[in-house]
Design a protein around this ligand. Structure first.
Ligand code: GDP
Ligand code: MN
Length: 391
């Protein structure tokens, strides 16, 4: 779950990370009024969307006066902002964050994340922070240094100091960066974050450091340990479809392909998507129907897929178990199709508990579908339909 910039900064501040003074506003008038509460000679107006890349796309603007703040806010609020990271549809800007502009002497990149290979927490640092960082790091991964951190959250200032030196952070910036890294690490561990990223981490002439931009991603599977974030999950922080899915006991992630997949269980979901890609196709989503999901909830989840214009074919791959029997999914499926305006062709593979009964049920409901016994055959057929558009 990605948190917007102002929430990320609010959390970081609780752990002692220095942030610029800022105010959130949902209208140009409010932006003007609230920036008067900030003591500053210059302001920055920042569109609050989930994606980054705003600096290069008009989502971060400087303003010298409160009325200029209003003008910049009016250009952002209520419009979609397209950045390198949003996709072509962009993201709707519902609010802006107005901050005091910081006089930046040096910009660094700092983040905490988990190493994909060994699952260990790592501190990442680069002396080349700022808007060009992502592209620069792609061209030359050596500009980023990694330090594995102890997973109990202890923070060894000396070790981090040596690491920063190795990363090319100059001596006069190091204390400031250590102070930010320490607070960021606390926030990372205490909140079960999967990412805390500060870019740029700005150092002023006097060596003091401040998090000019910040992004936190929380581990959705650990949210039950953080009731304080419960309302965030239902507060526009999740993709709209992902939220509807979560409300219906379904894990759902939108992807960029054209084969809608309906699967029970995360492992089977991953395997199905892998097989689709191996067969030359491309999944439109990842779906995992949880064991407690009811047929009505399943109908909701499948309904979302059917509304998605990019879905050319739906592949149902279910292994009925003790909790989710095949007929529960088939029932949900039949309900979704009977309600839907768009009815893309369906390929079904049902196995395990109540598979035969579920297929009977689909036939009795006069649903059109192709059934296969083997997962591989069903996948191949779905990929073929997606490619040729023919049933
Ligand atoms: P992003 O492009 O979405 O990552 O947005 P950022 O918050 O990182 O802002 C983009 C860029 O604007 C930063 O890399 C800085 O160069 C610049 N910027 C943002 N806030 C300030 C500020 O307070 N002072 C100065 N000098 N530059 C800023
Ligand atoms: Mn940034």
């Amino acid at each position: 779950m990605n948190l917007s910039e102002h929430l990320s900064k609010e959390i970081l501040a609780q752990y002692g990370v220095a942030i610029p003074t800022g105010r959130l506003a949902t209208s140009p008038e409010e932006a003007e009024a609230r920036c008067r509460e900030i003591e500053a000679t210059k302001y920055v107006v920042k569109a609050q969307i989930g994606a980054g890349g705003r600096g290069l796309s008009g989502g971060v603007k400087f303003a010298a006066t409160p009325s200029a703040v209003r003008t910049e806010a009016a250009r952002m609020i209520g419009k979609r902002l397209v950045t390198e990271q949003t996709g072509s549809a962009g993201e709707m800007v519902n609010s802006v964050y107005v901050e005091e502009a910081i006089e930046i002497a040096a910009s660094y990149y700092l983040s905490l994340a988990f190493d994909q290979h060994d699952g260990q927490p790592v501190l990442l640092c680069s002396a080349k922070g700022g808007v060009e960082f992502e592209q620069a790091a792609q061209m030359d991964p050596d500009i980023v240094s990694h330090l594995t951190l102890p997973s109990d959250g202890t923070f060894d200032e000396e070790a981090v100091g040596a690491f920063l030196e190795k990363s090319g952070i100059p001596a006069n910036s190091r204390d400031g960066v250590i102070a930010i890294a320490k607070g960021a690490a606390k926030a990372f561990f205490a909140n079960d974050a999967t990412l805390v990223e500060i870019n740029p981490l700005a150092v002023r002439k006097d060596g003091s450091a401040v998090a000019v931009d910040a992004k936190i991603s929380l581990d959705g599977n650990a949210l039950f340990r953080h009731p304080e974030y419960e309302d965030l999950a239902s507060d526009g922080q999740l993709d709209e479809l992902e939220r509807i899915a979560q409300d219906n006991d379904i894990n759902f992630v939108r992807m960029s392909g054209n084969i809608g997949v309906v699967v029970n269980g995360a492992g089977l979901g991953l395997a199905t998507n892998d097989m689709i890609v191996d067969a030359g196709g491309s999944p439109a989503n990842f779906m995992d129907i949880r064991t407690t999901t009811t047929s009505l909830q399943i109908a909701k989840g499948i309904g979302m897929l059917l509304q998605d214009d990019s879905v050319r074919v739906v592949l149902v791959n279910v292994h009925g178990g003790g909790m989710t029997a095949c007929d529960t999914v088939a029932e949900g499926f039949a309900i979704a199709y009977s309600r839907a305006k768009r009815k893309p062709p369906v390929v079904v593979r049902l196995a395990g508990t109540n598979a035969v009964w579920a297929l009977e049920m689909l036939k009795n409901r006069r649903l059109e579908f192709e059934a296969f016994d083997e997962m591989g055959e069903a996948v191949e057929r779905a990929v073929e339909i997606a490619r040729t558009g023919r049933v």
